[in-house]
Design a protein around this ligand. Structure first.
Ligand code: ADP
Ligand code: MG
Length: 385
């Protein structure tokens, strides 16, 4: 059932004093749940049957009689045959009765159609609902268009394979594992032909995806994912915070680079093309002189997102970058919600977040703290959409 944005105020008016922090049980859910518990909230995870034991068993919260948490961080798990079943009209009504504030993550926007999230998911989302769609590279108004509009640096696109004049990355989904990547790198039109033919023949990629693939300059350098937070409640000069930086471990890429060159050359040719499936994260800091630029692009992103998609960024977001030898950033991807790597600062916080807040400050805790201060100042409506 479609809802109108004007209804959100009415839902909030009926919410109890202490809403429940809810999120889809995958991606960054542990960080969100841990942070929510730290800030005094109860937590509710929407899980898919068969994928819930992490939450329902291993991180289940044990509370003492006074409500304080002695173990774990997940108060309640609701399981569904499929994630999308969490968002039927009846279930949404139940979640509203429970005063659920939904924190959007990539699991939500991967498993639930964006049109459902935009028009039918009748729960207050802590964040900016309309922005989620820009993460889809196949959309015309995608994050690249937003970054360009804001004057932020992106890898140079190659409009056609024939235009490839140096190392490039071709971005398209995996043919069968649709949520994973079928990316490959090429350095010339001839190599594009040869590699794409091999991947098509192997069934790794599909022709219709290849026709719509994004081809862009491959930037050689280390990847830094900057986990920011923007508070619309704070004075503007204090609105932008850098909480932490993560990097990814991608399979098979990270395994390949751990092989000596001689062994790489022994691999069968198909295994020499790396896959980019994210399987874990590590934590990083960045050379201090680079931080000025990091904040500059963070500010510009906040501004252009607000101009193009009001109310713009609310809460956590992530700029995924490659840094070149001059210390300059190129942004190849963005998350307009909590990033996938924030579990690196789960509970321990991160040097930057901690240095700012004078206490362990993870993305999850920062989010919950924002909800808490919005509740205290009667401004909850400003951080939900
Ligand atoms: N232009 C680029 N230059 C260098 N590496 C890139 C570039 N674009 C993507 N990558 C690599 O591919 C990975 C996945 O790319 P990304 O655009 O983040 O895809 P997804 O949307 O699937 O997360 C990155 O973590 C990075 O290692
Ligand atoms: Mg990415």
């Amino acid at each position: 059932m479609p809802f109108r944005p004007e209804e959100i105020g009415g839902w909030l008016a009926r919410y109890g004093e202490r809403p429940v922090v809810a999120t889809v049980g995958s991606h960054s859910a542990l960080d969100v749940a841990d942070g929510a518990v730290r800030e005094g909230f109860r937590t509710l995870l929407l899980c898919q049957a068969g994928r819930e034991r992490t939450y329902s068993q291993y991180f289940r919260a044990h509370r003492s009689a006074d409500g304080s948490v002695e173990r774990g961080c997940v108060d309640e798990v609701r399981s569904y045959a499929r994630f999308a079943d969490a968002f039927t009209s009846a279930e949404l009504a139940t979640l509203r009765e429970r005063s659920a504030l939904l924190v959007p993550n990539r699991a939500l926007s991967s498993y639930v159609p964006l049109s459902t999230i935009e028009d039918e998911l009748s729960l207050p989302l802590v964040g900016s609902r309309r922005l989620l769609r820009i993460e889809e590279r196949t959309e015309r108004d995608n994050y690249y268009a937003l970054l360009e509009a804001g004057g932020l640096p992106i890898p140079r696109p190659f409009p056609r394979p024939e235009a490839i004049d140096g190392l490039a990355i071709v971005k398209l989904p995996h043919a069968t594992r649709r949520l994973e990547r079928g990316f490959f790198t090429v350095a010339s039109p001839a190599e594009y032909e040869q590699k794409s033919r091999a991947l098509l023949a192997a069934g790794t990629i599909a022709p219709e995806d290849l026709a719509r693939a994004r081809i862009e300059r491959y930037i050689v350098g280390p990847v830094f994912n900057f986990n920011f937070f923007f508070s619309p409640l704070a004075p503007r000069a204090e609105g932008l915070e850098l909480l932490g930086v993560d990097e990814r471990r991608e399979s098979s890429l990270d395994g390949l680079v751990r092989l000596p060159a001689a062994q790489q050359l022994e691999l069968p040719s198909a295994a020499r093309i790396p896959e980019y499936t994210v399987v874990g994260h590590g934590t990083l800091t960045v050379r201090e002189s680079i931080l000025e630029e990091v904040f500059r692009w963070g500010e510009k992103f906040v501004e252009v997102a607000r101009a193009k998609y009001p109310p713009g960024i609310i809460g956590p977001f992530c700029l995924q970058t490659v840094i070149d030898p001059d210390g300059h950033l190129t942004i190849f991807d963005v998350a307009v919600r909590i990033g996938g790597g924030t579990n690196v600062h789960l509970d321990v916080g991160h040097p930057y977040g901690n240095a700012l807040w004078r206490m362990p400050m993870s993305s999850g805790r920062r989010l919950a703290r924002e909800i808490r201060s919005a509740l205290a100042s009667g401004r909850l409506a400003e951080i939900v959409t």
